[in-house]
Design a binder for this molecule. Structure first.
Ligand SMILES: Cc1ncc(COP(=O)(O)O)c(C=O)c1O
Length: 367
């Protein structure tokens, strides 16, 4: 090893290790743990997607980073149809190997480093900060991004619907932020991986013609099939937007060998061509959300935001680790809000990703 500090020393402590003792308590419950701590899908991969993967399993050659023609057609078609974007060409889309790797390595791939700033919401998915730290840039948090000092700000992360709060940025708010970022030459990446999971709000993409004016200068949306199609295990995601930014990422990712496996590309085409399985999965989450929400409220919780996404953002107006401990005694494991920033230290994040049977067990224990 060289004298330089290891790269890992720039990163925060991996927080999930802190949850291990509470998990042990929850596992010891006589009826077993109800794990609502991680947003990992538990329902089956839809049959038509499995079939597409199997049909493409004889894939001996290297896939390309940009993906097959069929994949790019599926991506552009979905972005226009589902997001309300106009004039989306193959140059406006790029597959990635699950969105987490993109979030973590984007600042590096954009050539950012010391002296540059990367902004993300005050309460956020931790990987935005990790990505900034990996390349030596400075992470900065915001409540309203248009109040940030644009000096040195190279990348602005939006996340609507939000992990962990489930908050949705309304269309006029997005429009105002995009206009501000363009005026100041700040590149916007909008993480929209929960867009299909709106409950009391209808999430809107930055690529919607009303928000971006039908041109993609300086804006990119990030989409993932992990949640909408139960494909977290496949690693299927993509970015869409500014052709110049995506062209540069394509060059770098070609050199880096960041290819989506060919069978996963085929599965993605099938998944984006079908809305029925998305509606079915939404219905499962909607039911779990309704019963969990009612049970938590009856148990003394207050739910904030949570109008979309896979989570309930809940508080008993006490430090989050006390809530985690209380629920662990009932055999229910949730994520402490401070995993997502110090501002979350009186909240817990309750994921809807458990089977109906486990969710019903949690409801019974809360009553
Ligand atoms: C806000 C947000 N972005 C990105 C991801 C990464 O998803 P994936 O890598 O499965 O596409 C997650 C996963 O939970 C997330 O919550």
């Amino acid at each position: 090893m060289s004298e330089a500090a290891p790269v890992s020393s720039r990163l925060p402590v991996f927080p999930w290790d802190k949850l291990a003792p509470y998990k042990a308590t929850a596992v010891a419950h006589p009826d077993g743990i109800v794990d609502l701590s991680v947003g990992t899908p538990v329902d089956p991969v839809p049959e038509l997607i499995q079939q597409a993967l199997i049909a493409a399993s004889d894939s001996p050659g290297y896939p390309t980073v940009w993906g097959t023609e069929a994949l790019r057609d599926a991506l552009t078609g979905w972005v226009e149809r589902r997001l309300g974007a106009v004039g989306v060409a193959h140059e406006n889309v790029l597959p990635v190997v699950g969105s987490k790797e993109l979030v973590a390595w984007l600042p590096t791939q954009l050539g950012l480093g010391a002296g540059d700033k990367v902004a993300h919401p005050r309460l956020a998915y931790p990987t935005y900060e990790v990505g900034a730290r990996l390349c030596g840039a400075e992470p900065v948090v915001y409540d309203d991004p248009t109040e940030l000092d644009p000096e040195g700000l190279k990348l602005l992360w939006l996340n609507s619907p939000s992990n962990p709060t489930g908050r949705v940025l309304p269309k006029d708010e997005l429009t105002r932020i995009v206009a501000w970022a363009r005026e100041h030459g700040v590149l916007v990446f909008s993480d929209e991986c929960y867009l299909e999971l709106g409950w009391e709000a209808e999430p809107v993409s930055v690529l919607h013609a009303d928000v971006c004016g039908g041109t993609y200068d300086g804006i990119v949306a990030v989409h993932s099939l992990s949640k909408r199609s139960n494909l977290a295990g496949y690693r299927a995601a993509f970015v869409a937007g500014d052709a110049a930014v995506l062209g540069e990422l394509l060059q770098i990712r070609k050199h880096g060998g960041m290819m989506t496996p060919a069978p996963v590309q085929a599965a993605t085409v099938a998944a984006l061509g079908d809305d029925e399985h998305v509606a079915e999965q939404r219905a499962r989450y909607a039911r779990r959300r309704t019963v969990l929400r009612a049970a938590l409220e009856a148990h003394g919780f207050r739910i904030e935001h949570s109008e979309a996404s896979l989570y309930l953002w809940a508080t008993r107006d006490e430090p989050c680790w006390e809530t985690v401990a209380h629920l662990a005694e009932l055999g229910v494991l949730v994520a402490p809000g401070d995993f997502y920033g110090p501002a979350g230290d009186r909240f817990v994040r309750v994921a809807l990703t458990a089977t109906d049977e486990r969710v019903d067990a949690a409801v019974a224990r809360l009553s």
